[in-house]
Design a protein around this ligand. Structure first.
Ligand SMILES: Nc1ncnc2c1ncn2[C@@H]1O[C@H](COP(=O)(O)OP(=O)(O)OP(=O)(O)O)[C@@H](O)[C@H]1O
Ligand SMILES: [Mg+2]
Length: 320
């Protein structure tokens, strides 16, 4: 067979992704566009090509070269050491700001233990449809398709994931039908557990943003979370200070015993960029609880989110 016939002998879905197939000195070189495919899908297609092409009499050796020419979807993880510092709030509002800036951005709620994005986006109760066994992200009024375990399982169920199951749950969300989405913001659970490890091993983010409150303990934990990304060679885009004050989790009463500015100082100490500060504002919480994230209305409350989103936008542009 010649190279054209060889390409025709592949299943159509695979042939569509073959950008070139050449045959020289009984060696076939297959260039494959793997954009948007998961690692396991890539491996499977590679095996299939090797099996089919090497079965031909004219071929002694097959080399599959993988490229991601169409586009490579980039992931940015939003993490923190401690819980409750505002990761989910920040992730949703940054995604909305980035969408307003023209980025094709989606959001994955990787907090499979306690998903909060369906509430923030006002999409709780919506069930994603599936295509090819993969969920189709939920559209929102804010131009940010998103997906959460809270959309896939009954309320409360998501809390039960353990160990590797949590990692698999994350994979389902990241490997969904993201279509033309070029950038995925990942709202991580707090700490450095299984979801974070799966994230780093299987879906290495292009960069990470760390959120902290100005409290000392949160800062130490943020530094620890930062180390995890560092070890995995994931660049830290920068630190964000949220809630320069304290909202009582029981009564909702606000006090400001810790001041502000601690995160900026910590960033300096750790030699990391400081991306900005989100004030403690009751309206931010109310908006998040009501499916009205403040970045959506472009008013005063949107400003700090927009300013941080601009820096992430610039970081991405510089990187690519
Ligand atoms: N800047 C802010 N001003 C007022 N309230 C805020 C602010 N940021 C977050 N909140 C509120 O604080 C609570 C915790 O925020 P959020 O859920 O975003 O934190 P988290 O880090 O994602 O928490 P978890 O670790 O549980 O996932 C929420 O009720 C949220 O609305
Ligand atoms: Mg959260």
């Amino acid at each position: 067979m010649n190279s054209t016939d060889l390409k025709a002998s592949l299943p159509a879905a695979i042939a569509d992704r073959v950008t070139s197939l050449s045959l020289r000195d009984r060696r076939a070189i297959v260039v494959l566009d793997v954009a948007g495919l998961s690692t396991s899908e890539r491996d499977e297609i590679e095996l299939q090509i090797e099996r089919i092409v090497s079965a031909d009499d004219a071929v002694d050796e097959v080399s599959v070269v993988m490229t991601a020419e169409r586009f490579e979807r980039q992931l940015i993880a939003i993490g923190s050491g401690k819980g409750g510092v505002g990761k989910s709030t920040l992730t949703a509002n940054l995604a909305i700001s980035l969408a307003r800036m023209g980025r094709k951005v989606g959001l994955v709620d990787a907090d499979v233990y306690g998903p909060s994005q369906p509430v923030i986006f006002g999409t709780q109760g919506q069930k994603p449809e599936a295509r090819d066994n993969k969920p189709i992200p939920i559209e929102s009024r804010f131009g940010v398709p998103h997906l959460s375990m809270g959309h896939l399982v009954a309320p409360g169920k998501a809390l039960a994931w353990r160990g590797p199951m949590a990692g698999n749950a994350l994979a389902q969300l990241v490997e969904a039908q993201w279509g033309a989405t070029e950038l995925l913001l990942i709202d991580l659970p707090p700490g450095t557990g299984d979801v974070q490890l799966t994230m780093l091993q299987r879906f290495k983010p292009a960069g990470a943003v760390l959120v902290s409150t100005p409290q000392d303990l949160a800062l130490i934990d943020a530094a620890r979370a930062g180390q995890l990304f560092d070890q995995a060679d994931v660049p830290i885009i920068g630190l964000v200070e949220n809630m320069a004050g304290y909202a009582c989790p029981h009564c909702g009463k606000l006090s400001d015993p810790f001041g502000s500015g601690g995160v900026e100082q910590a960033a300096e100490r750790l030699d990391l960029p400081f991306l900005g500060r989100i004030p403690l504002d009751h309206a931010i919480r109310q908006g998040s609880d009501a499916g009205e994230p403040p970045a959506a209305n472009g008013g005063k409350l949107a400003e700090p989110f927009d300013a941080i989103a601009s820096q992430i936008d610039a970081w991405l542009s510089a990187k690519n």
